[in-house]
Design a protein around this ligand. Structure first.
Ligand code: HEM
Length: 304
């Protein structure tokens, strides 16, 4: 319904026969007309004139009209739209093909970054303080429990969706050339997703995290070459006080240094590495000819 229809619909009887006539008595009518006149420039602006402003034109240089050439130009000349290809295979982006899993994983990563940044406002990575901070956050900070749970559940979800995404890429054969490089970037993304999850485990400094990290880092003793209990480790001179486990913990037991190291890996180093890998991952999807899509159907008689 246009503004004019609206005014007309409110007519109170007198003088409402003609379609364009202003409603009711003179005072109300002239007031409405004055308002309409005032709103006219805004109406024009919202109706499309804003597309003529310098601000709009400096961002969108081409109209999205119907010609293929102009549509492509509109996409290619805009930095935000340019992140997407000008044309895509309709079937390749269907949810029943991708399951939307890569996108959901990325969305969870963004959510984790936001909630994690907010959590950092309340958290000191030190032995005396860490557990108390978590208790304070959970019991006293407004919406603190919600914040903590959003971070924790999203973390669990991201691990699961990354695996499911990898499974769909495998099932659709999308790891095959030319996408083998991106598959390898994906493997690294999976590794860093798991490491994000693992390093976050220790931070509340509760019994669960403490023992999980004790067990997890004990496995690092058996790392080939770099672990003091792994193949070739002792021969190369590694002991419990200089091997890879020692480097991870900042000592030979899970204690204050381990907490600080887990915190720095979790909040700074791994998110940056993962974000850079995601940028490469998305860029490669485009360069490998966009999402793979269904294999072309061929009749038996067409197979040469
Ligand atoms: C943080 C983790 C990851 C994120 C955010 C992510 C994101 C994405 C997105 C948004 C897509 C577009 C298609 C889709 O949504 O299915 C995609 C495609 C792809 N991903 Fe991932 N991914 C991740 C992990 C992985 C892993 C673990 C692998 C495999 C080991 C992988 C391999 C691939 C490949 C090969 C494609 C191209 C698929 C095709 O062309 O059909 N990704 N990824």
């Amino acid at each position: 319904m246009s503004h004019d229809d609206h005014g007309h619909g409110h007519g109170h009887g007198a003088g409402t026969e003609a379609p364009e006539a202003p409603p009711v008595n003179d005072t109300e009518g002239s007031l409405l007309n004055a308002l309409r006149a005032k709103a006219e420039p805004l109406k024009k602006f919202m109706g499309g004139e804003y597309k003529e402003t310098q601000v709009w034109k400096s961002i969108f240089r081409h109209k999205l009209d119907k010609s293929h050439r102009n549509r492509s130009l509109a996409v290619l000349s805009n930095v935000f739209l340019h992140l997407h290809p000008a044309r895509i295979n309709r079937n390749a982006v269907r949810y029943n093909f991708t399951w939307g899993m890569g996108g959901i994983t990325f969305y969870l990563f963004v959510l984790l970054t936001l909630t994690g940044t907010l959590l950092m406002f309340y958290f000191h990575p030190s032995k005396g303080q860490a557990y108390k901070d978590i208790m304070y956050l959970q019991n006293d900070v407004p919406f603190g429990n919600l914040l903590r749970n959003m971070h924790r559940w999203s973390a669990h979800a991201m691990v699961i969706t990354t695996w499911i995404h990898m499974m769909r890429v495998f099932l659709t054969g999308s790891y095959k050339p030319p996408r083998e490089f991106n598959w390898n970037i994906g493997v690294l993304l999976l590794l860093f997703t798991m490491l994000l999850s693992f390093t976050g485990y220790l931070l509340p400094d509760d019994q669960l995290g403490f023992w999980a990290v004790t067990v997890g880092t004990n496995m690092a003793r058996a790392t080939p070459i770099l672990g003091h209990e792994g193949p070739l480790g002792p021969e190369l001179g590694f002991t419990a006080f200089n091997d890879v486990r020692f480097a991870l913990l900042g000592g030979s037991v899970v204690d204050a240094n381990a907490l600080l190291r887990a915190y720095i890996w979790h909040c700074i180093a791994i998110p940056i590495i993962a974000a850079v890998l995601m940028i490469v991952h998305f860029w490669r999807i485009r360069k490998d000819g966009a999402i793979s899509g269904h294999a072309p159907v061929m009749l038996e008689s067409e197979v040469k």
